[in-house]
Design a protein. Structure first.
Length: 291
């Protein structure tokens, strides 16, 4: 196994592993340390990894979260295992999904900067995204380093945001993205959560912002004041110096720490190409505490 840094602040490429094998605990611990240090790691050449192998590998990192699509009664799931989220424009027959298909419309919030499952309790810890089919152009995933962004904040801003709590809502990010609203089942099963705006990472020992398009308002502030603050922090934290843009290759598996990073999908010509990505995630039981 070799690890090579990809960006001045964060991100690393990992080669020499086969994730479909039953890897030793020491290798899993090394990968956890790598994700803690780099925030995002790119593991190449995993074309042989099946859905079952992805689930088994992800479960070595913690308790798996179930896909929120299980709570959507008006859409069919292409992937049968509840631990898998389908981040694709591929239909059940393997063809391109119509852009107006509700399943594709529900993916619109992925194009906003976010942290996976910040609206859940517990929120997302690690995300694992496996590339099965990638388009020849477009479709990059951009990552932003929330630790480097926090370190670069003016001292007055760090003092201003210390101890603040933010309400996170899937319905809010759907609204911002122009996606279909929450269904009754989603509203019942995916309530809002409250998360600290600044967190201390227990593995890396670093402090970071915890931002997401799911962040609706700041407790103790008016809606206008809180949202203005969150927008200001989002603009700052996603400046080019803090961003790594990942160009996918077939067989890539990317793992990221949702406590240290935000990410977003970028467009690609959906009228020409298919894109098939399968996501798993684990719960944050390590709890990156409020800083």
């Amino acid at each position: 196994m070799e690890i090579t840094k990809l960006h001045p602040h964060f991100g690393a490429e990992v080669t020499g592993l086969d994730l479909s094998e039953n890897l030793p605990d020491a290798v899993i611990d090394t990968l956890k340390d790598a994700v803690g240090e780099y925030g995002v790691i790119v593991i190449r050449d995993q074309q042989a990894m099946t859905d079952e192998a992805q689930i088994a590998f992800s479960s070595r990192f913690g308790d798996l979260q179930q896909s929120i699509s299980l709570h959507r009664e008006d859409t069919a799931r292409r992937l049968k295992r509840g631990e898998l989220s389908d981040i694709s424009n591929v239909d059940e027959k393997g063809g391109r999904m119509d852009e107006n298909d509700k399943r594709r419309q529900l993916q619109k919030p992925t194009r906003l900067w976010h942290s996976d499952n910040s609206f859940r309790s517990p929120p997302g810890l690690y995300t694992f995204l496996a590339a099965k089919i990638v388009p020849p152009e477009g479709g990059n995933t951009e990552f932003a380093d929330m630790r480097a962004a926090y370190d670069a904040l003016p001292a007055a801003m760090r003092e201003r945001i210390a101890g603040l709590q933010v309400r996170h809502s899937l319905g809010w990010s759907r609204e911002q993205a122009g996606a279909p609203p929450l269904s009754d089942s989603e509203r019942e099963n995916i309530p809002e959560s409250v998360q600290p705006l600044v967190r201390f990472h227990p593995r890396s020992g670093r402090t970071s912002l915890y931002l997401s398009s799911h962040g609706r308002d700041v407790l103790g502030m008016s809606d206008a004041e809180g949202r203005a603050l969150l927008e200001e922090l989002n603009r700052f934290a996603t400046e080019p110096e803090f961003v790594y843009s990942h160009k996918w290759r077939d067989g890539d598996v990317v793992i990221w720490d949702n406590r240290s990073t935000m990410h977003r999908a970028t467009p690609f010509p959906e009228d020409k190409y298919r894109r098939d990505m399968r996501r798993t995630s684990v719960e944050d039981h390590e709890v990156a505490v409020a800083a």
